[in-house]
Write a protein that binds this ligand. Structure first.
Ligand code: HMG
Ligand code: MG
Length: 308
């Protein structure tokens, strides 16, 4: 089978995970989470988002978190991207020291309106000055497309819609396009059809899979994507998260589940699974729950049995 040998993981738990918590998570906990994830071997950790605190209060401490992470509380030399929906967010992120930002659009009009309060076309016009300002400042820009398989308001989304937005973001200068199955309704067939349409316009080495696990399909969708040459995946420790504007959506594929799958396939990630399970157990305890990840629960149960 023709699978990529090296797979890059983008940990999105501190942002995609914690943006959806009911309680406000203290900045101390966020910074400690990022530090622990780095110690477990994650090299790219999405730290926060510079969105409106009225829309997403959970990310209202964005400047403090990023300054502390970049100021030495997390290891240097790693990538700590942040979300920036517009120029205002980009300028705040840059002032806090961001070297990489992400703009986030959607393939569904209704989701675009609910999430960022504008149409798809307007969002792309908002992203253009962000990519231009980032280029001038020497910062990298990643592009997200949400609702690549289904939309919470419109149902199934046409693959060509995803390809249109992905191609536009690439042409704007995004170095990578992360394809978000925001509500996790994709399956290996619908994700493969979506990827076929996108791959006609964007090469595989410019793509990442960002699959939410609402219906337990995320690992299967990763496997289908690997077979089509995608080698970058977003994941969330402990399976944290969801999107505040996609009711019922659960977290991304848990980073532990993804690492278990990739290592089982003989692919390298550079991540220490045992250390990662410790991080999942720690952050889940901080949030007052068990890790959502099957792998974390299985590893923890095995350890408990070995001790008992
Ligand atoms: P808006 O209300 O249309 O913005 O929101 P506006 O330009 O009219 O400004 C309104 C107010 O917001 C003003 O303040 C602005 O200064 C302020 P006021 O005068 O009322 O005091 N404002 C800002 N403040 C801080 N940071 C900013 C900013 N921009 C304006 N960047 C906006 C438009 C985009 C800001 C808003 O809709 C928003 O913040 N949305 C973010 C929603 C969000 O974070 N969603 C979750 C992330 S996306 C996701 O999870 C999907 C993903 O994981 C992939 C997947 O799974 O599919 C990425
Ligand atoms: Mg997401």
């Amino acid at each position: 089978m023709n699978l990529p040998q090296q797979v890059r993981l983008v940990e999105v738990g501190p942002r995609d995970g914690l943006q959806n918590e009911k309680q406000l998570v203290p900045a101390d906990t966020k910074v400690e989470l990022i530090r622990r994830l780095a110690a477990a071997g994650l090299k790219t950790i999405e730290a926060t988002s510079f969105v409106s605190p009225k829309w997403v209060p959970q990310m209202g401490d964005n400047t403090e978190v990023l300054i502390r992470v970049l100021g030495g509380e997390a290891p240097a030399g790693l990538d700590y991207p942040v979300l920036t929906p517009n120029l205002k967010g980009f300028e705040a992120a840059l002032a806090a020291g961001a070297k990489e930002v992400a703009v986030f659009g959607a393939a569904s009009e209704s989701f675009s309106q609910k999430n960022i309060n504008c149409s798809i076309a307007e969002s792309l016009e908002r992203f253009r000055p962000v990519t231009e300002a980032a280029r001038a400042a020497g910062a990298r820009v990643r592009g997200y497309v949400s609702c690549v398989a289904g939309c919470p308001y419109e149902g199934p989304v046409a693959p060509e819609k995803v390809a249109d937005v992905a191609e536009t973001l690439l042409a704007m200068g995004c170095y990578e396009i992360s394809l978000g199955d925001t509500i996790g309704t994709g399956n290996p067939v619908s994700i493969s059809r979506m990827l076929e349409a996108v791959l006609r316009r964007v090469p595989a080495e410019k793509l990442a899979g960002h699959y939410h696990d609402t219906y337990g399909m995320a690992a299967a969708n990763v496997y289908a994507s690997l077979q089509m040459g995608v080698a970058v995946f977003d994941a969330s420790v402990g399976g944290l998260g969801g999107c505040p504007y996609a009711a019922g959506a659960s977290g991304n594929v848990a980073t532990e589940d993804l690492v278990w799958l990739l290592h089982g396939l003989g692919l390298e990630t550079g991540i220490d699974l045992d250390a990662l399970v410790d991080v999942a157990a720690w952050i889940s305890a901080e949030l007052g729950r068990e890790p959502a990840s099957r792998v974390a629960r299985a590893v923890l149960a095995k350890r408990a049995k070995a001790c008992g």
